[in-house]
Design a binder for this molecule. Structure first.
Ligand code: CUA
Length: 336
């Protein structure tokens, strides 16, 4: 089998002219070491499916017309057996499915076995955001990685099943509560790519989006060091704003007064808060701290008790920064 011949067949059948970057009608550019193999097998199976679909439907239509019922004509005696035909229609599919099995199994093993020198990043899915923990403990809402280096993701979920999907890398893996799942990839080109949740996980499933930033050689370490020191280098308000953005708060809480899954935080500090149980309080530092660590303790009236706890996931200095940021959201000085 010549690969150019097969490529031509695939191109003709799928209309997906592979560009230089490996993008096609179906998929974004290929930006990982496994992407080409995944696409090749996908196109191979697609081409076979299209070919046999057309063959069967066309022959069926021809036969329906050719052998339709005519006046005064009975059914002819059909032959019961045709050795040559049966060998062909058994042999060709066997070869095709064996090819799919061999290429698929080889690709599966490659994708299931990370190289031993892989750089490890912890991934946590929760309703409805991603957080990525780097080896030094820094947590970000986007996945930053160095180019040309194998990355192993160790993934867990706080609540329900999510699925981490990076189309440009052709990587997709379920993220399941109560156990760890793993995925690995090696990005081949610096740039910014999409990361989606590919498992329906509730109301804001479609907002569970992050970016993958592939850093050029040597720049990842610089980024990580700079990003990790934000509590020291930023003002508390700016650090709080950053935490609010990267730790998933903004998926559910607006700062412009509009209600999302949770109440808006515009003008939160000092306002009267009514709770589902009928009680009321004035929002101060202690209330905010409790809401972050024990979100179900007092649920704001009109909202579902869906917020996950940040107990053990935000340090005291980080909670202080967030409180300072909330104080700045008084509606007058906030530009957002
Ligand atoms: Cu998480 Cu869909």
């Amino acid at each position: 089998m010549t690969s150019t011949g097969l490529q031509l067949l695939i191109t003709a059948l799928t209309g997906s002219l592979p560009d230089d970057d490996g993008s096609s009608f179906w998929m974004p550019p290929q930006v990982s070491t496994v992407a080409q193999g995944v696409d090749w097998l996908f196109n191979f199976i697609l081409a076979i499916s299209v070919f046999f679909f057309l063959l069967i439907v066309v022959v069926m239509v021809i036969f329906v017309i050719k052998y339709r019922h005519r006046e005064g004509q009975g059914a002819e005696e059909s032959s019961s057996h045709n050795m040559a035909l049966e060998v062909i229609w058994t042999g060709i599919p066997v070869v095709l499915v064996m090819m799919i099995f061999v290429f698929g199994f080889k690709g599966f093993l490659d994708m299931a076995t990370p190289p031993s020198n892989a750089y490890e990043i912890l991934v946590e899915g929760q309703k409805w955001n991603w957080s990525f923990t780097y080896p030094n403990g820094y947590i970000d809402s986007d996945l930053h990685v160095p180019v040309d280096r194998p990355i192993r993701l160790v993934m867990g979920s706080q609540d329900v099943i999510h699925s981490l999907y990076i189309p440009a890398f052709r990587v997709k893996m379920d993220v399941v509560p109560g156990r760890y799942s793993k995925a690995w990839f090696e990005a081949t080109k610096p740039g910014e790519y999409d990361l989606f949740c590919a498992e329906y996980c509730g109301t804001s499933h479609s907002d569970m989006i992050a970016h993958v930033i592939v850093h050029p050689v040597g720049e990842f370490e610089t980024w990580l060091e700079k990003a990790s020191n934000f509590l020291e280098t930023m003002t508390p308000v700016d650090a709080g704003r950053k935490l609010f953005q990267v730790r998933g708060c903004q998926q559910c809480h607006s700062v412009d007064g509009s209600a999302k899954t949770g109440p808006s935080l515009l003008g939160i500090f000092g306002r009267q808060q009514n709770f589902a149980d009928g009680s009321t309080t004035t929002v101060d530092e202690n209330y905010i701290r409790q809401s972050v660590l024990e979100p179900q303790a007092r649920v704001v009236a009109g909202f579902e008790p869906v917020m996950p706890t940040y107990q053990g996931r935000l340090s005291d200095p980080e909670i202080m920064a967030i409180i300072e940021y909330f104080k700045s959201l008084d509606g007058a000085s906030s530009e957002e």
